[in-house]
Design a protein around this ligand. Sequence first.
Ligand code: COA
Length: 409
Amino acid sequence: MKLGIESIHMHIPTYALDLRDLAAERGVEFAKYQRGIGQEVMAVPAPDEDVITMGANAALGALEGVDRDAIRTVVFATESGIDQSKAGAIYVHQLLGLHSNCRTVEMKQACCSSTSALHFALSTVALHPKQKVLIVAADVARYGLGTAGEPTQGAGAVAMVVSATPRIMQVEPDAGYYTEDVMDFWRPNYRDEALVDGKYSIKVYLHALEECWKNYQQETGASFEQFDHFCYHLPFSRMGLKAHLHLAREENASLSSRELQQQIEPSLGYNRLTGNTYTASLYLGVLSLLDDDSLELENNRIGFFSYGSGCMGAFFGGTVLPGYREALKTDSRRRLLAERQFLTMDEYEAFYQFALPKDGSEFVTPRHQTGAFRLSGMKDHQRSYEKVPVAAGNAGGSTCAYAAAPFMG
Ligand code: COA
């Protein structure tokens, strides 16, 4: 029985910051952002969007053409949850109008709970092949203004339908795992911004990659050469390159620059134009690879590395299925990227500073372009959401001059 991804889509905010403007304002050479960490544009969430609206928007696209009645489980993966108790999956389930005989749950382990959600979904579908699982991974990556992490911020969501009738990717159930109790990145409940030891987190990431790969090899006997492309968790796009070079060195694989380009570069494009999306980041990389129409990926084997600070990692594999392109929504994702509106530095900082009242008092959020769903406000400690009619003009502006052009730092 083949198990894997039947459908996948993403959502990113309509608003973005050109990192040239951030570099100029912070007195940093743009080359440091563009070449040093591999970032060009940062997605910035509007005051009336959060992980629920972004997740619901991504899921709306992922559910197109899917038998909704077969969805029996919705898993929401995030580290930017809106409630300590109630699962984000319930809000998304309601906004999408899914039937009520459904299991709904939220998962957490920094950036890699989306991968645990995927493996949970594979097990569920293996036991119940008629059922489908909707996974929603959504996050807002937020660091302090003026900190080293600031240019790696971003926001977005990826949603996937996992089933026994995959059209895009067969996902192998075996994985190599690694867990170690470290403090490289964390966000205590009383803080809106993460605390991070960035350089240490890169070291721990690379160590977790080594350990996951070793464990994956022990479990499966796989070798580096069996993979055509690799997708990594991308806190910033250059991390994918660092990780891949590290793994190649561990394996004593000498890669030509053409092989290096082919194995890693296609997965980096979307991240470079959105920034970190935590749980969604690995899967945004998968979409960047799948949407690259210069590549014919049918039957190509892909290696995936998922990393969540704190820390846990997972390495696993998958194979792109024949006919995958017909099941993609590449044009819609290109439009999302191309039709964004650039913010000025003042507008970016105003969006950044925006916060809902902390005392739960009544508040109506200002209206921005947020796709098909928006956070309309708060009353009695409860967030309220609304559907936005398509006619309200959510296509966004047309001021984003960037395309997902190849770049190797
Ligand atoms: N032109 C080109 N490259 C430049 C440059 C310039 N003018 N100035 C600096 N660089 C390069 C540096 O050489 C370095 O490259 P290297 O990693 O290959 O050595 C890179 O840009 C980053 O600069 P550096 O000064 O080392 O780091 P930083 O203090 O800006 O911090 C992070 C970078 C990623 C640690 C920081 O953005 C961060 O904390 N991010 C959040 C946490 C995170 O993403 N963790 C990752 C694992 S989950």
